[in-house]
Design a protein around this ligand. Structure first.
Ligand SMILES: C[S@@+](CC[C@H](N)C(=O)[O-])C[C@H]1O[C@@H](n2cnc3c(N)ncnc32)[C@H](O)[C@@H]1O
Ligand code: SF4
Ligand code: SF4
Length: 375
């Protein structure tokens, strides 16, 4: 058997078949009869940021009081909605700017008994602090068997990254963080990769960047630039950073190339194949997404969302209602099944969580692998 064959078998053996079967049942049967409780949670731990990105306005948002660990505890302890969370994203802003980040993660881990995966994304501008925080988190989660996935944002090599992020010298700092994290990987088992937002400015450099990263043993996750009123608050940036008519061939070419890398262990090929249909043919998205069925997001100002690409569905501080009450509110559930799934999702290019959903929506994935068709 060749190396790839062995790798695939190892991967298959390492899959948790119980979780997979439960997920498949949830997506294909249970969801038709009842509202699924959230298993995928994103917590926006702050909206502060030490970057000045061209494609995201979070760094310009006014600051308000951020929930402390004690306030998170008061909110989450009595609310059963958090009991079934399995996958948590610790998000920002730049979450490394929270000096109590490790303490906060410790609390989340205590509060969510079914948690088995944590992911986080950082701009990597504060190497020392990020390395200390990551090691502290790994010390907490490793004995519990919880997996960490860490993505470090890089939107180009050298000055390209500095230009996109608006921080001279930012690239060097981020690379220093990545190098430190790779050293940390020699002592702890965690997944590390880079995230590249593809936009007009860096579209033509995407594959060159991937070669650079792969030479350093780093995975690259490409994300097409998106614009949202909530979360990134960047609708006003669209004219400057979005793709232009003259980018069309280059963009379709890149997506087609990524889609052609179809392999059982590369679930992202499904997403890219679907994005080709969306951008080239104007077809609606068919890539499944966990946030349509079992996702929840909340932020440090009290806002609650089914998904960060869509408007908030409530605020637990203003309404004095629990997150669970907001999640299960019939009016909100109606909004999710009517407005969100039917009007917003068909035009959404977010890759976030698609691998989670594809593993569970196994029928659609197997069909794609056999026929190349994502519909
Ligand atoms: C909002 S950031 C927060 C984490 C951290 N500050 C960072 O930049 O890595 C989360 C992810 O969104 C990506 N992102 C930023 N602006 C985006 C946009 N307009 N469209 C798609 N992704 C975007 C970032 O590159 C990052 O991977
Ligand atoms: S993408 Fe990340 S680093 Fe850039 S402004 Fe937004 S939150 Fe900050
Ligand atoms: S497809 Fe997009 S808009 Fe719809 S739930 Fe998923 S991330 Fe949100």
């Amino acid at each position: 058997m060749d190396g790839n064959g062995k790798l695939t078998l190892q991967k298959l053996a390492s899959l948790d078949w119980g979780k997979l079967a439960a997920g498949t049942f949830d997506y294909n049967v249970r969801s038709h009869f009842q509202t699924l409780p959230p298993k995928v949670l994103q917590v926006i731990t702050n909206y502060r940021c030490n970057s000045r990105c061209a494609m995201c306005n979070i760094w310009q948002l006014p600051h308000k009081h951020e929930l402390s660990v004690t306030e998170f505890r008061a909110l989450m302890d009595p609310d059963p909605i958090f009991d079934g969370v399995e996958q948590l994203t610790v998000a920002g802003g730049e979450s490394s700017l929270r000096t109590d980040l490790a303490e906060l993660v410790t609390y989340f881990v205590e509060r969510m008994p079914k948690l088995w995966a944590i992911s986080t994304v950082t701009n990597g501008f504060l190497p020392k602090r990020i390395l200390e925080q990551t090691e502290a988190v790994l010390k907490i989660i490793a004995p519990r068997g919880i997996k960490l996935s860490m993505s470090v944002s890089l939107d180009g090599i050298g000055t390209m990254h500095d230009r996109v992020r608006g921080i001279p010298g930012g690239f060097d700092k981020t690379v220093e963080t990545l190098t430190g994290l790779q050293e940390l990987q020699q002592r702890y088992d965690f997944w590390l990769g880079t995230g590249y937002v593809v936009m007009h400015e860096n579209l033509r450099h995407a594959l060159e960047f991937r070669a650079w990263a792969q030479k350093r043993g780093l995975n690259v996750g490409f994300q097409l630039v998106g614009f949202h009123e909530s979360y990134l608050s960047n609708l006003d940036r669209q004219n400057d950073v979005d793709f232009r008519p003259e980018d069309r061939d280059e963009l379709i070419g890149l997506m087609t190339r990524l889609a052609s890398e179809r392999a059982w262990r590369n679930l992202s090929a499904f997403y890219w194949s679907d994005m080709v249909r969306m951008y080239r043919d104007g077809a609606p998205r068919s890539t499944p997404c966990p946030f349509t069925l079992e996702g929840l997001a909340l932020d440090v100002y009290g806002d609650v969302f089914y998904c960060l690409s869509t408007p908030r569905i409530g605020n637990f501080l203003e309404e004095k209602r629990s997150v669970g009450e907001i999640y299960y509110d019939p009016k909100n559930l109606r909004y999710r099944s009517e407005e969100m799934r039917k009007r917003i999702c068909p035009g959404c290019n977010s890759a976030c969580g698609t691998e989670i959903a594809l593993k569970k929506d196994v029928k659609q994935y197997v069909k794609f692998m056999l026929t190349g068709d994502t519909r």
